[in-house]
Design a protein around this ligand. Structure first.
Ligand code: GLP
Length: 256
């Protein structure tokens, strides 16, 4: 099962995720990170930036991107990743890929998979989760075998993401996202979630049946997952006390 770490705040969660990244990069300065957008990973990037590590050789692959925004749009995930991750962390821009950042959209999914493979695969994938239970932009119904491809966003996700756009109609209908199969190939998944609004999705992902109706439940198929949640996001976990006990008594040598 996933390791579930329940912490008091998003800041504390960010420190834990930053620990995992720091540990990885210290052992391999050219590590491959899977980068998530959204508000959830912000405390992780902040905690990591504060450590002043040399991350200039780290390679990065974003989880997803909107399709149909004009190049350079401030809410394209390329822009978001540049602003929130590449610049504050001192990553090298040419080493950070975003789906569909070059070439025609028809082959962008296959190209992205080839690039991830050529980099040796993702070592550590940071994940948020949407209220529909999506990871990346894999909306309910996504195949567990899916690879990077173009998808249609649900109305719920478009409404949730409308806060970043001038008007709800500006949120694109389409996106390109790493598939659940792509995500499951990463060597370590770190899933973060904060707030009551994520409680149901987290309970489903961690403890619910493994079902395409809740794409986050795909994490149950992965051998190395760390779920870091605040109390509110943990509030619907049936085994919350057990997770607390496990973490409190975790042998130090196990690491994250
Ligand atoms: C977006 C992104 C996901 C992200 C999710 C949650 O739709 N494509 O990668 O995990 O929403 O966003 P937030 O972290 O802002 O709650």
């Amino acid at each position: 099962m996933a390791e579930v770490v329940i912490v008091e705040s998003a800041d504390a969660a960010g420190e834990i995720a930053a620990d995992a990244i720091e540990h990885l990069v210290r052992s391999n300065p050219r590590a491959v990170l899977g980068l998530a957008t959204g508000s959830t990973p912000l405390t992780t990037w902040r905690a990591l930036a504060a450590r002043g590590l040399d991350l200039s050789q780290v390679r990065g692959f974003a989880l997803d991107e909107y399709v149909g925004l004009p190049p350079g749009h401030p809410e394209s995930y390329r822009s978001v990743i540049t602003r929130e991750v590449v610049e504050p962390l001192g990553l090298t821009p040419s080493l950070v890929r975003v789906p569909a950042d070059s070439g025609p959209i028809e082959t962008a999914g296959a190209d992205y998979e080839t690039a991830i493979e050529a980099a040796g695969g993702v070592d550590l994938q940071i994940l948020g989760i949407g209220r529909t239970g999506h990871i990346g932009f894999n909306e309910p119904g996504s195949s567990f075998a899916s690879l990077t491809r173009v998808k249609t966003l649900t109305e719920q996700t478009r409404r949730d993401n409308a806060r970043f756009f001038a008007s709800p109609e500006d949120v694109p209908q389409h996106c390109i996202t790493q598939g659940l199969g792509t995500i499951l190939r990463a060597r370590h998944l770190v899933l973060l979630a904060f707030g009551e609004g994520k409680a149901e999705a987290i309970a489903g992902a961690v403890e619910g049946p493994v079902t395409a109706s809740l794409p986050g439940s795909a994490i149950q198929l992965h051998p190395h997952v760390t779920v870091v949640v605040d109390e509110a996001a943990a509030s619907r976990l049936a085994l919350a006390q057990y997770y607390r006990d496990v973490y409190a008594h975790k042998p130090e040598w196990q690491g994250l």
